[in-house]
Design a protein around this ligand. Structure first.
Ligand code: F6P
Length: 498
């Protein structure tokens, strides 16, 4: 039997409370444990029937074949005619590409050993410049895992606004700073301008050979050498590793150096464990697939336009912005792989924040607003702090209570202002601990979830042409060769940039 969206749309939609009341096995059916992460989708409106219909949709859209093609290194990124190779960075998939990734990792490791052995002189801080996928991933890693033991001070700078660099210049010593220039293409204007300004800062502070302390992280080594980086300090990676999927490659250098090679390897192993789970587990128990089914249920059937991610753990505070790029750049598309209009909503708008802070800022809308916002909660059983245990207890209890309150609500017929409708969905990811292995598995889970969403929507999750037009026009504006509309021309003039 073919399944399409109308099959899923036609399914009955009881409330969450009714769903729990009707099925004593609901929690078991909609929760699973993988790689140190407990996933609970029981407070979503997924039903057994919906999962069955989604499984049928997966069969019709050949998810299994497309997943096999992804891991085999076939050219699944059709618009750019290349393979998608981030799983090979963690040893899963096409053996030739895996072998190449290992070779590149060994090269990175050797350079790290040399740096630790003093080959570049005394290094106390790492200044990593990059943007988008060349910054968000490494930033998340060092922020989440780099609190306890500080081997190096690490700063990640993306913004071309000089304030961002000057903040770092104010606290780093130019004579003991290593500059990592992270750019897959090595052509990104913001990154190259920032990198040049770091070189200038070093020069102005008496560093004899500033280029001698530059490491390039790129899939375009020739460009890096052309820019001035010595070939021995260029760390390449495979072109099929997309920017937003690149923290596993040399783009993860500040994490590998800053946190230690062993930590980086554990990250890769955790991701590989999730890769195997995704590849080998039946869909009704497959964490990325079930999460994607819930995503699609809300975007396609309930017309939710956004989804919110709240990390109830300070160490994961950068996760929502990391996911914004991963999910929105991957699946924010309007055309299918065949070039036809998708004709339905694609990626939800991902937003979020940190609990409990967010509760006192944006949760009003979640509990009483008119938008349907599926919420994702993330917590860690082993807390990151050493203060009185009440901190962590309050943190987690708040998270659990929010999920329960969203679901149950509290109607008040006499006073609508104090009435909570309830039946508002949430999913919960509960990590045993926030170590590198679990974080690797968590990020890989999100990557595969994006992939399943993309396959079921028929879109290519691996290109990002949408960002090009704005870049082209900014470049043209800089070069003075762009005719703008009246409003834009006026703004440029007002800013004195004409
Ligand atoms: O503009 C979007 C983008 O291409 C992202 O996909 C990418 O992560 C980012 O720019 C940075 O690109 P690069 O690593 O080539 O500097």
């Amino acid at each position: 039997m073919m399944s399409d969206w109308s099959t899923i749309e036609a399914l009955p939609s009881p409330t969450l409370v009714e769903l729990f009341a009707a099925d004593a096995e609901r929690l078991a059916m909609f929760s699973t444990d993988v790689a140190g992460i407990h996933f609970d989708w029981s407070k979503t409106h997924l039903t057994r029937e919906a999962v069955a219909a989604f499984e049928q949709l997966c069969a019709d859209r050949d998810l299994a074949g497309k997943r096999a093609a992804l891991f085999a290194g076939e050219h699944v990124n059709v618009t750019e005619d290349r393979p998608v190779t981030h799983t090979m960075e963690r040893g899963e998939g096409n053996p030739d590409i895996v072998a190449e990734a290992r070779k590149f990792h060994q090269r990175m490791r050797a350079l790290i050993d040399a740096i630790e052995g003093g080959a570049l002189g005394e290094i106390r801080s790492i200044l990593h410049v990059g943007i988008g996928g060349s910054a968000l991933g490494p930033h998340l890693l060092v922020d989440a895992l780099g609190r306890d033991e500080k081997r190096y001070e690490v700063a990640i700078v993306s913004n071309v606004d000089g304030v961002a660099l000057e903040d770092v210049f104010a606290r780093f010593d130019p004579t003991t700073t290593l500059l990592a220039v992270a750019s897959k293409t090595f052509t990104t204007t913001e990154t190259l301008l920032n990198a040049a300004s770091v070189i200038q800062w070093m020069t102005e502070h008496g560093v004899d050979d500033p280029y001698g302390r530059v490491v390039a992280l790129t899939a375009n080594p020739d460009k890096a050498v052309e820019w001035g980086v010595d070939e021995t300090r260029v760390l390449p990676f495979n072109e099929g590793v997309g920017g937003r999927y690149s923290l596993w490659s040399s783009i993860g250098f500040p994490a590998a150096l800053g946190l230690g090679w062993g930590v980086f390897e554990e990250l890769l192993e955790g991701a590989a464990e999730m890769d195997r789970h995704f590849r080998l587990t039946a869909l009704h128990e497959n964490a990325p697939a079930l999460a994607a089914f819930a995503d699609l249920y809300y975007t396609q059937v309930r017309h939710a336009e956004t989804r919110a991610v709240f990390a109830y753990d300070e160490r994961l505070r950068l996760l929502p912005s990391y996911l914004q790029q991963l999910e929105m750049e991957s699946n924010g598309k309007s055309f299918t792989v065949d070039g036809e209009p998708v004709g339905r909503p694609t990626a939800a708008i991902t937003w979020g924040g940190v609990g409990t802070e967010a509760q006192h800022a944006v949760f009003q809308l979640l509990h009483q607003g008119t938008h349907l916002v599926p919420v994702e909660f993330l917590g860690v059983i082993e807390g990151g702090d050493t203060l009185d245990e009440n901190h962590h207890r309050q943190l987690l209890l708040n998270m659990f209570a929010q999920g329960a309150a969203l679901m149950k609500g509290k109607p008040n017929a006499d006073d609508p202002a104090r009435s909570y409708s309830g039946d508002r969905p949430s999913s919960t990811l509960l990590l045993d601990d926030l170590d590198a292995r679990t974080l690797g598995a968590l990020i890989a889970f999100y990557e595969h979830r994006v992939f399943v969403n993309g396959v079921l929507l028929g879109i290519n999750s691996f290109d990002q042409f949408g960002v090009e037009l704005g870049k082209e026009m900014a470049k043209a504006a800089d070069e003075g060769g762009q005719e703008f509309d009246v409003s834009t021309t006026d703004l440029i003039k007002r800013a004195g940039l004409d």
